[in-house]
Design a protein around this ligand. Structure first.
Ligand code: SF4
Length: 516
């Protein structure tokens, strides 16, 4: 152990903290081979929460012994062979289902403990891993899905993200954080990383140093969603690209040693930052590292991670093409087909986006028309209808133990219904979540739909939704606000139709939902 657990003597630690002191989350990796041999019944219940460190959650209902697995995809960049490995795992063990998450990761469902060693072996062969994708540890790092090909980036951040990921992933100095720790590192000028909702974000910046303009990063700390959302606050520092890993270490160390561990719901970095303020946080950082003050923030706008259509790359003569994956769900054969076209027309890469969509890069000008004639693009459209193209959904009750309502299929059905009945000249981003945890990031949506249970007029407990409006990360970022009332799930499509119809009738040409 390379450090002292400064909080270990605190008698008021939450029960989760006490468990982590007895057994480090990463220790579960040593136990999994034996559990796989002896079967699900051999796993003691107190070990169930530790599976998160291996990227595994028990899906609903827990007693049935099926796992959800989340696989890290740093910057969302998958090679051809990695995509085929993922498709093979879903086909052989996961009933074909593959979800793209709002952190560019990949999720499987229906896995059984007996299958996990072979799944780990396949992932490792492909240079992939699920370790740290869940649990009180650094989660999959969000990056620029266009890293290296992006005409709108200052720096190619692919290697920087990979270095930070490699440093932290199995690092036992940082495997017991107070809670999950979400990092984004991107140099995309359109804030594709959703910087303000991460615990720690490195964002594009330029600073004059010794008479030369140096491209690097600004640092935002303390963002996060869930029941009490906070926007990250900017620190007055400038970070060179070669300092990103060190600064990440410093911020993670402060979180590890000073983050709150008494009450689980107060354990995210956002609460520490809210109490300390950015100035005090920066002073604490200065005990570890000296950084110059801010330069110029280079964000130009916010694209929410959407890249639909054909776009020229940094490399002359090549294009990246953004495809819609409705609500982020695809099936093994579809991923195999995406891998085939990515190889036939590009360099085999598929890049996942935090909007739950994909980009296929490196397609030569001469190949674009043939690419656009591929049958798979009928389902994974490059110019999707506005509602299905701007819909995001969390996992929901189908697999998630915390969910109060069904989300994925419902969001897809509602989006298709709205596309059939409404015409809009601007996207209306609708995000659906099954509980206040907000994995579907409902707080930053134009329209956020949060599932609840309520009693209907017949006193029956039914699925329902709260509606929130006006979220954005454009300049003057703000979370959406709750409208009065609750809507029973079966009435949601009709209510949204009327509500958005009012918006389209009243708004001016080109005016978007937030400005309205
Ligand atoms: Fe589950 Fe809630 Fe996250 Fe949806 S938002 S996946 S229901 S925890």
């Amino acid at each position: 152990m390379g450090y002292t657990k400064v909080w270990a003597d605190n008698e008021k630690l939450s029960k989760e903290e006490k468990l982590k002191l007895e057994k480090d989350g990463l220790d579960i990796l040593n136990d999994i081979p034996q559990y796989a041999e002896e079967g699900f019944a051999s796993i003691p219940k107190e070990d169930w929460p530790l599976f998160k460190w291996a990227g595994l959650y028990l899906q609903k209902p827990k007693e049935d012994g099926y796992f959800m697995m989340r696989v890290n995809v740093p910057s969302g960049i998958l090679s051809h062979s990695q995509a085929l490995i993922l498709a093979g795992i879903a086909k052989d063990y996961g009933r074909d289902v593959i979800d793209i998450t709002t952190r560019q990761a990949i999720q499987f469902h229906w896995l059984q403990i007996e299958d996990i060693p072979d799944i780990f072996r396949r992932l490792e062969e492909g240079g992939l891993s699920s370790v740290g994708a869940c649990g009180d540890i650094m989660r999959t790092i969000v990056g620029n899905p266009l890293a290296g090909i992006d005409p709108n980036e200052l720096i190619n951040t692919q290697e920087i993200v990979q270095d930070v990921y490699d440093y932290f992933q199995h690092n036992r100095d940082f495997s017991n954080l107070p809670r999950k720790f979400k990092v984004s590192i991107s140099s995309n000028l359109n804030n594709a990383q959703n910087a303000e909702i991460n615990c720690l974000s490195f964002t594009p910046a330029t600073k004059e140093i010794d008479g030369k303009a140096v491209h690097g990063f600004h640092v935002y700390v303390g963002g996060g969603l869930s029941a009490k959302p906070y926007l990250a606050q900017e620190l007055d520092v400038f970070v060179r690209p070669d300092q990103v890993n060190e600064v990440t270490k410093v911020v993670t160390t402060i979180f590890r040693d000073h983050g709150y561990r008494e009450k689980r719901h107060r354990a995210r970095l956002k609460f520490l930052l809210a109490d300390w303020g950015p100035e005090a946080f920066k002073e604490k950082m200065e005990e570890f590292i000296s950084l110059p003050s801010k330069g110029t923030n280079r964000f130009e706008t916010w694209n929410a991670g959407y890249f639909y259509g054909v776009h020229p790359q940094k490399q002359a003569g090549f294009n990246y093409i953004g495809l819609n994956i409705p609500v982020g769900r695809l099936y093994s054969d579809e991923l195999i087909e995406l891998a085939r076209i990515s190889k036939e027309y590009g360099n085999g890469e598929i890049r996942t986006c935090n909007s739950q969509n994909v980009v296929i890069p490196n397609i030569a000008d001469d190949d674009v028309d043939r690419f656009l004639n591929e049958d798979i693009l009928d389902r994974m459209n490059i110019a999707p209808k506005p509602f299905i193209g701007s819909s995001v959904s969390c996992t929901g009750i189908e697999y998630c133990n915390l969910a109060l309502v069904e989300t994925k299929e419902r969001m897809r059905d509602i989006a298709n219904y709205l596309d059939d009945h409404l015409t809009v000249d601007v996207p209306v981003r609708i995000h659906m979540v099954g509980c206040p945890n907000a994995c579907g990031q409902r707080q930053i949506a134009d329209i956020g739909l949060q599932g609840i249970k309520m009693k209907n007029k017949d006193k029956k407990l039914v699925e329902a939704f709260e509606i929130y409006v006006g979220g954005t990360l454009t300049q003057g970022a703000q979370f959406n606000e709750k409208l009065k009332g609750k809507i029973e799930a079966h009435e949601l499509d009709g209510v949204l139709l009327k509500f958005i119809q009012y918006f389209t009738d009243e708004k001016q040409q080109g005016e978007d939902f937030h400005a309205f």
